[in-house]
Design a protein around this ligand. Structure first.
Ligand SMILES: Cc1cc2nc3c(=O)[nH]c(=O)nc-3n(C[C@H](O)[C@H](O)[C@H](O)COP(=O)(O)OP(=O)(O)OC[C@H]3O[C@@H](n4cnc5c(N)ncnc54)[C@H](O)[C@@H]3O)c2cc1C
Length: 415
């Protein structure tokens, strides 16, 4: 494209990415008609608090909305809630809703996100087994928690560990079951994963690692989780947090190729020049990382949406070049991560884990590729620049507490 979008833009999925795109288009002065179609009942909302402050009751429901419903109307964005898109006709350039309404588009943007993956094992249909992706899930889970209740969280990734921390705070007795040898091990510095495990144990969370789940035990309601080694973990309530399944069926049914998500170029364009894909659903050719990835993070959803807003508002294809970053909060730990952590990186520790505030820097071929900080916001903030600018460092320098990694940055004029 070389012209701004003039015809209708239909955004399918009113989550983080869809909301950001709709508002971003208006902020950039786009005059195209914009329809934001979402199948949930409430206005677009933030998901991160669902496993954190909203689950513990520290954040009220209305505080989750990005903005009130009327704010969309004021920006002339047509927000269709409780509306499911069921088909895309690429030849006719229309989106059809479950109610049979046909919405014509010049550009269609898929922002359908992902859903929580179910664990298909015997007993999976028992009452008391929860998933957590949306607000309704969080409300159901919160309503089921009372002090002393025995909970098994299946999956020790960041969502599982956040849920474990939040439910422990509410007085539940929590066990986490993780098939890998360590919790939070995928894409996280080993020293950070070890610290997280220690911190959870200190709070009374039982960690069963290196063992899978064979099934759930109970008559109508779940009573225990049966582990692959035959042992049982008693649980009146189970939360399954084993990752996400991508909502790419709409794209596939429209004849677009899918490959664990909807493949796009660096500007979020799919194989059909009239259709873009952003957020959790997109497998993008990542301009900074130089590889195809599907990322599940607020940063990715927001930055991709901003880039597509620019593309559609100006007519100039705009790639998303941002360095990936992410955070998770568990107990008193604010963990912030920037960069890309492959297995086998060389990690250097700055600070002492015993203090509860430290950072791990990852080097790849002599350059800083990732920084993972626990309660060390300054290292994280600096890390964003060090990683973006692919700054080189020696492991010995980074490990030296007297060395200031800020000095690695090239001097700026006026600094
Ligand atoms: C519990 C939880 C905690 C998280 N914590 C963090 C965190 O701490 N930090 C972080 O960076 N990220 C976190 N994330 C991830 C982050 O929330 C997601 O990466 C982000 O929401 C992705 O935005 P999205 O717009 O792609 O998808 P979503 O926000 O999932 O929005 C997609 C929307 O599209 C709707 N939809 C799907 N299909 C259709 C259809 N056919 N028609 C109409 N609507 C449709 C969906 O129902 C949904 O409302 C968390 C996620 C969860 C679930």
């Amino acid at each position: 494209m070389s012209e701004p979008a003039r015809g209708p833009v239909v955004i399918v999925g009113a989550g983080q990415a869809g909301m950001q795109l709709a508002t971003g288009l208006r902020q950039l002065g786009s005059t195209a008609s914009i329809t934001l179609v979402g199948d949930e009942r409430c206005p677009p909302y933030e998901r991160p608090p669902l496993s954190k402050a909203y689950l513990t009751g520290e954040l009220e429901r209305e505080r989750l909305w990005f903005r009130h419903e009327q704010a969309y109307a004021r920006q002339d964005v047509e927000l269709r809630l409780a509306t499911r898109a069921v088909a895309i006709d690429r030849a006719a350039r229309t989106v059809t809703t479950a109610a049979g309404e046909v919405l014509p588009y010049e550009y269609c943007v898929l922002a359908t996100g992902a859903r929580a993956r179910r664990l298909e094992v015997p007993g999976a249909e028992l009452a008391g087994i929860h998933l957590l992706r949306g607000l309704d899930d969080a409300d159901r889970l919160r309503a089921a928690i009372r002090p002393g209740v025995e909970v098994a969280v299946v999956g020790g990734g960041y969502i599982g560990m956040e849920i474990a921390a939040s439910l422990t705070k509410l007085g539940a007795r929590v066990a986490v079951i993780e098939a890998a040898p360590q919790v939070m091990s995928r894409g996280v510095a080993p020293v950070v994963a070890d610290h997280v495990a220690r911190r959870h144990r200190a709070e009374g969370v039982r960690l069963e690692t290196g063992v899978g789940v064979a099934g759930f035990v109970g008559d109508e309601a779940v009573r225990a989780v049966r582990l692959a080694d035959g042992r049982e973990v008693a649980a009146e309530l189970v939360v399954v947090g084993i990752g996400a399944a991508v909502n790419d069926e709409l794209a596939a049914a429209a004849g677009l190729a899918t490959d664990g998500g909807v493949p796009t170029d660096a500007c979020a364009r799919t194989a059909d020049p009239a259709i873009f894909a952003i957020g959790d659903v997109a497998v993008q050719d990542h301009a900074f990382l130089g590889r195809h990835v599907r990322l599940e993070s607020v940063q990715n959803a927001v930055d991709q949406a901003k880039a597509v807003a620019r593309t559609l508002a100006t007519g100039t294809p705009t790639p998303m070049r941002e360095v990936p970053w992410f955070w998770t909060q568990q107990f008193d730990m604010m963990i912030q991560m920037v960069g890309w952590a492959d297995a086998g990186l060389e990690w250097v520790l700055r600070g002492e884990t015993a203090t509860g505030a430290f950072a791990a820097y990852a080097l790849a071929d002599g350059a800083i590729q990732a920084v993972h900080a626990v309660n060390r916001g300054a290292d994280y903030a600096l890390g964003r620049r060090l990683v973006r600018e692919r700054i080189r460092a020696e492991p010995g320098q980074l490990a030296d507490p007297a060395f200031d990694p800020k000095t690695l940055l090239p001097a700026r004029r006026g600094r």
